[in-house]
Design a protein around this ligand. Structure first.
Ligand code: BJW
Ligand code: ZN
Length: 247
């Protein structure tokens, strides 16, 4: 990696007062959580049309529930990695820092971040398809009838996750857009930048004047648009970058 790029990125972060962070599945890869796309990714063994759309849930809710129970079990054994830890340290160091994450694993909060917008929901919650009430995701092994019922209206519960084709919850994108607009630096971490509108948030920050840093071992459409593409796993790149910032 060109060291001058890393140093320029560190310098921008040193001088910033407002930082906006957009994360994707890659930041949790070093915690042992598989990404969606690419080699070994979740979509290699499963088709998202069968699992992560409202149509898939209507057609076979038990199948979708089994898949998310399996994912929730995996997540339970995972802990934040040094990449999450740096982003938590950054929140303590800046007056304004918001993390807009596409991940549903809750690892940013577990690392200590408070200002987190979970764009695609959370594996810790489920929601009633009829009355929208939230309840904790059920623990334990998969029962014979894996579809939980709402305690209030007896309709089916579903994982509280945003599926393809669904619109974002009220206020969620607006909060992220406001942070993007006021950011001096935008940090994109571990996203393939294939899902809209999350990638548009990072581009919005850049177009509003932020210095855009992308951390990803691979080249993506976002890394091509960034001022600095820091190539490598975020669990190594972010600690190195933050040490250079020295804030
Ligand atoms: C590392 C690493 C390491 C590895 N360190 N990095 C045609 C054109 C444009 C848009 C559309 C279109 N047709 C439809 C759309 C819209 C659609 C969309 O974007 N589709 C595209 C795929 C074509 N979007 C939607 O439907 C969204 N809703 C919507 O747009 O509503 C309309 C609306 C918008 C605005 C206002 C009002 C209305 C909803 C999207 C929901 C996405 N849901 C999912 C699945 C459910 C979650 C779950 O089950 O967990 O969310 S899809 C899946 O992709 C998941 C992720 O959050 C999301 C993003 O993936 P992410 O995080 O980028 O992960 P990967 O795996 O793709 O990439 C990992 C990256 O990490 C790679 O680059 C690696 O290199 C890197 N990496 N190791 C750092 N150690
Ligand atoms: Zn209900």
């Amino acid at each position: 990696m060109a060291h001058d790029l890393l140093d320029t990125a560190a310098e921008r972060l040193r001088e910033a007062s407002s930082v906006f962070v957009v994360t994707g599945a890659g930041i949790s890869a070093e915690s042992g959580i598989p990404t969606f796309r690419g080699a070994g990714g979740l979509w290699e063994g499963f088709s998202f049309q069968d699992l992560a759309t409202p149509e898939a849930f209507s057609a076979d809710p038990a199948r979708v529930w089994r898949w998310y129970r399996w994912r929730a079990e995996q997540y339970g054994d995972c802990a934040p990695n040094p990449g999450h830890d740096v982003i938590a340290q950054m929140e303590a160091a800046y007056d304004h820092l918001l993390v807009a994450t596409q991940n549903v694993d809750g690892l940013h909060r577990r690392a200590g971040n408070v200002n987190v917008v979970e764009l695609h929901g959370s594996i810790a919650d489920m929601r009633c398809v009829a009355c929208d009430r939230l309840a904790p995701f059920p623990p334990g092994p998969v029962p014979d009838d894996p579809v939980p019922r709402c305690e209030h209206c007896a309709a089916s519960m579903r994982p509280h996750i945003l599926w393809f084709g669904e619109t974002y919850w009220p206020g969620v994108l607006e909060a992220a857009q406001a942070a993007a607009r006021q950011a001096d630096v935008c940090l994109g971490v571990g996203t393939s930048a294939q899902v809209w509108p999350p990638v548009a948030l990072a581009l919005h920050a850049r177009d509003s004047g932020a210095y855009l840093i992308d951390v990803n071992p691979e080249v993506t459409s976002l890394s091509r648009e960034a001022h600095a593409h820091l190539v490598g796993p975020s669990g190594a790149v972010l600690p190195d970058l933050w040490e250079r910032v020295g804030r």
